[in-house]
Write a protein that binds this ligand. Structure first.
Ligand code: GMT
Length: 379
C-alpha cells in the first residue's frame, strides 16, 4: 500500500507517533511517504520503503503569514497525481486534515480519488480546535474525512460531544510505544540515602503545569535526597526558574533541554512526574512505563486509560501538590513497590501499545476505506 503520512516533524507527541507508525509500516513492506516541513526527529537514519517529502513554503513580501496549508495541499496533490499515494493519513487535524481534504477535492476534479484518514491527538480538537478562529474549519475538515481516529476513548468522547461530524463516529487507536528504545536499565543502587532522580518530560507549555512539578519536587526534596530533571524546552521555563530560585532548589533542578537521548534519561530515573492539566494520551507516561519507571501523574483526560492507578504508578487530582508528593515519596522509599509498578507498567506497554499491533489496527482502517472506494467504483 502507498501511504502518505502528514504530521508535525518535531513539536510534540503527534509527530513521534506518526513517525513510529510510518517506520513500522515501511519495515513491513508498505511504501510510506512522509510529508512535512522538516525531517521527523525520531526518524532512523535510512529506511527502505520510506521517503521524506519536504513541504517548501516560499516567502513572498506580501504574505505576513506564509500559507503552509496551501503548500502542503499542493505537495499532497502532486504526489497523488504522480501515482505515489493510495491514501493520506493526517496526524493532528490543524491544518493537516484541511490540506488533505483540499488536495482530495483538487484530485477529484481530475477524476482521481484520495481517501483521507485523520488521527486526532488532543489539542487539535480540545484546545486549539476550540478557538473560534479554527473551530468551523476543523469541524468541516473532519466531517469530510473518510475515517477519524482518536488516541483515547476520552478524546473520542469529548470530540464527538463538541463537534458536529455529520454522524461520523470516531475510532479509538492507542499510540504505539517503541519498547526496544524505551527499555529498562538495571538499577543497582538501592541505598536509602542515595539521590533519587525525578524526571519531567514535556514541551513546557502552560498545559503541562511545570510550576506544579517544581512545587511537588520541593516537597519530595524535603523528605528525600533528590534531583529533578526537566527534559524538553518551552515557554514556561522562564516562569519556573524564579520559583526554583526562591525555593532554594537551584542545585537540585536541572534543565536538560531538547535532547535525542530522552529514553536514556527516563530509563535512568527513579520516577516520572506528569503534572499536566490535560493529556489526551500521555506519551511520556507510557514511555516511562516501557522503561519500568514508575509514574505519578495527574488523573486527566486519557491518562487513566494508559496508567492504572496503584498498579503502574499513582494518579492524583490535578493541582493537588500534596497528593502528588505523597504518592511519589511512597514509591521512592520502597524499592519493592517501585519495581513492582515498573514491571507491570512495562507488561502493559508490551501488551497494549505494541507498535505492530497498533500498525495492524491502522492497516485494517486503511483497507476498509480502500475497499469502500473500490465498491463505489464498481457500482
Ligand atoms: O501535548 C503536546 O505537547 C503535544 C501534542 C501533540 O499533538 O504533539 O500531544 C498530544 O498528542 C500526544 C500523542 O498522541 C499525546 O500523547 C498527548 O497527550 C497530547 N497532548 C495533549 O493532549 C495535551
Amino acid at each position: 500500500m502507498k501511504i502518505g503520512i502528514v504530521c508535525y516533524p518535531s513539536v510534540g507527541g503527534s509527530g513521534i507517533v506518526a513517525t513510529e507508525l510510518g517506520q513500522v509500516l515501511a519495515r513491513r513492506g508498505d511504501e510510506v511517504h512522509f510529508i512535512s516541513y522538516d525531517v521527523p526527529t525520531r526518524l532512523a537514519a535510512h529506511m527502505e520503503h520510506f521517503s521524506f517529502h519536504h513541504v517548501d513554503v516560499p516567502h513572498y513580501p506580501l504574505f505576513r503569514f506564509p500559507p503552509y496549508t496551501l503548500a502542503l495541499a499542493s505537495q499532497i496533490y502532486t504526489l497523488a497525481i504522480q501515482g505515489d499515494l493510495d491514501l493520506i493519513h493526517a496526524h493532528y487535524a490543524i491544518p493537516h486534515a484541511t490540506s488533505a481534504h483540499l488536495a482530495r477535492d483538487m484530485l477529484m476534479s481530475r477524476g482521481k480519488v484520495l481517501p483521507v484518514v485523520t488521527t486526532l491527538h488532543g489539542t487539535d480538537t480540545d484546545l486549539v480546535g476550540q478557538m473560534p478562529q479554527y473551530k468551523p474549519v476543523v469541524e468541516y475538515s473532519l466531517s469530510c474525512c473518510d475515517v477519524v481516529t482518536a488516541v483515547s476513548e476520552y478524546l473520542k468522547t469529548i470530540t464527538e460531544e463538541q463537534f458536529e461530524l455529520g454522524g461520523k463516529s470516531i475510532e479509538v487507536i492507542y499510540n504505539p510505544i517503541d519498547s526496544e528504545t524505551f527499555s529498562p536499565r538495571p538499577k543497582n543502587d538501592h541505598h536509602p540515602c542515595r539521590t533519587r532522580i525525578i524526571v519531567h518530560v514535556s514541551n513546557q507549555r502552560p498545559v503541562k503545569r511545570i510550576l506544579d512539578a517544581v512545587k511537588v519536587f520541593d516537597l519530595i526534596h524535603t523528605a528525600l535526597p533528590s534531583k529533578l530533571l526537566f527534559v524538553g524546552d518551552g515557554p514556561d521555563r522562564s516562569l519556573a526558574e524564579p520559583c526554583i530560585e526562591r525555593l532554594g532548589l537551584n542545585e537540585h533542578v536541572e534543565f536538560v533541554g531538547k535532547t535525542a537521548n530522552v529514553h536514556e534519561l527516563i530509563a535512568g530515573s527513579d520516577l516520572l512526574l506528569s503534572t499536566s492539566e490535560s493529556e489526551s494520551f500521555g506519551l511520556t507516561i507510557a514511555e516511562a512505563m516501557s522503561c519500568e519507571v514508575p509514574v505519578v501523574a495527574t488523573s486527566v483526560g486519557g491518562v487513566p486509560e494508559v496508567l492504572r492507578d496503584g498498579i503502574d504508578g499513582k494518579l492524583a487530582p490535578l493541582g493537588d501538590i500534596q497528593a502528588m508528593a505523597e504518592a511519589a515519596i511512597e514509591i521512592l522509599v520502597s524499592p519493592e513497590c517501585a519495581q513492582r509498578m515498573g514491571q507491570s507498567g512495562r507488561r502493559r506497554v508490551l501488551e497494549t501499545f505494541n507498535p505492530d499491533r497498533i500498525a495492524d489496527q491502522y492497516k485494517t482502517v486503511y483497507e476498509k476505506v480502500l475497499e469502500r472506494y473500490r465498491q463505489k467504483i464498481i457500482s
